[in-house]
Design a protein around this ligand. Structure first.
Ligand SMILES: [Mg+2]
Length: 312
């Protein structure tokens, strides 16, 4: 059973009241608790030693990553993060300085958006560190962006550059909160997701939620320098385009917008975020499935992104 089959199994029959506007299956849960103009966003995410970081990684970067991953999911809904709870599971024998470093990283990651850390839980776990964050946020009801909502003919955009994040970016990325909120105010996306499992995999999540398909233009995909350089030093590294399509943990935004607004968006983006690339990488189609178009023509892209459990 793979990760997504397991999620389907577990989320088949969960108790939910009318306050749940969006339950499992988006980047955050969306809750209506009676605030006049805002929904609450609710998110949890865990990082585990040996999976998301190594024992040798600097503690501050581990904490930073744990918080920034959650912040990226709030960005994907065009929300604003507000409060976090931290659950820490650690071996009986631990180095207090390491844990202090982890907390330092958590604080640094949330500081630009004044995220309050309001409590948590510590428990033991044999052998390795596990860090789980529960994050609350808010979003204007009129600006909440979901994975569902992409329309046939929409242009498909991605921020930043993709692939090769394992060389360092996965521990040291800035969640695209400011960019997402600017988009929601100025060029409201029809659908949006953050890239954690890889472009091919996360685009499929967006397409499934929106019940449509997409065509990607291979030449347009912004491949990171790391993904381009890796094959030169590591014979086992993926070819750059494959890395950009399938590597996890880019934490960029993938969104769709009416094609007629594409040029105005690109012009305005360049003025507002001159340091960050924004690229149109294809379009939404009404034929389900994912097509990759390159110099040899168009063919179905069967590739999936990163999943935690292998099929057995
Ligand atoms: Mg996400």
């Amino acid at each position: 059973m793979d990760e997504f089959e397991l999620i389907n199994l577990l989320t088949r029959d969960l108790p939910q009241t009318d306050s749940v506007k969006v339950g499992p299956g988006d980047d955050c849960a969306v809750l209506d608790l009676g605030l006049e103009d805002r929904y609450l966003l609710f998110k949890t995410d865990a990082v585990v030693e040996g999976v998301h970081f190594t024992a040798e990684d600097p503690p501050e970067q581990i904490g930073y990553k744990a918080m920034a991953r959650c912040l990226s999911d709030v960005a994907a809904m065009a929300g604003h993060p507000t409060h976090a709870l931290i659950t820490l599971a650690l071996p009986q024998e631990f180095d207090p300085a390491r844990i202090e470093g982890v907390y330092q990283g958590l604080k640094i990651a949330g500081a630009p958006w004044q995220v309050s850390i309001v409590g948590g839980e510590t428990t033991t776990n044999p052998d390795r560190l596990l860090l789980s964050i529960a994050l609350l946020g808010t979003v204007l009801k009129s600006q909440c962006v979901r994975r569902a909502g992409a329309r046939s003919g929409d242009a498909l955009f991605v921020t930043g550059e993709l692939g090769g994040s394992r060389t360092g970016k996965h521990l040291d990325f800035r969640p695209r909160l400011d960019e997402a909120r600017w988009l929601a105010e100025n060029f409201p996306p029809h659908a949006m997701i953050d890239l954690s499992d890889g472009l091919a995999g996360d685009l499929r999540h967006l397409l499934k939620a929106s019940a449509c398909g997409a065509e990607l233009h291979a030449r347009s995909i912004p491949i990171s320098r790391a993904a381009r350089l890796l094959p030169r030093t590591d014979a086992s590294a993926k070819p750059p385009l494959l890395a950009a399509l399938s590597d996890g943990e880019d934490f960029e935004l993938l969104f769709t917008l009416a094609r007629t607004k594409a040029v105005a968006l690109l012009d305005a983006w360049k003025k507002r975020f001159p340091e960050i690339r924004l690229t149109c990488i294809g379009k939404i189609t009404d034929t389900p499935g994912l097509i990759l178009r390159d110099k040899d023509g168009a063919r179905p892209l069967t590739l999936h992104g990163y999943t935690h459990f292998k099929k057995s």
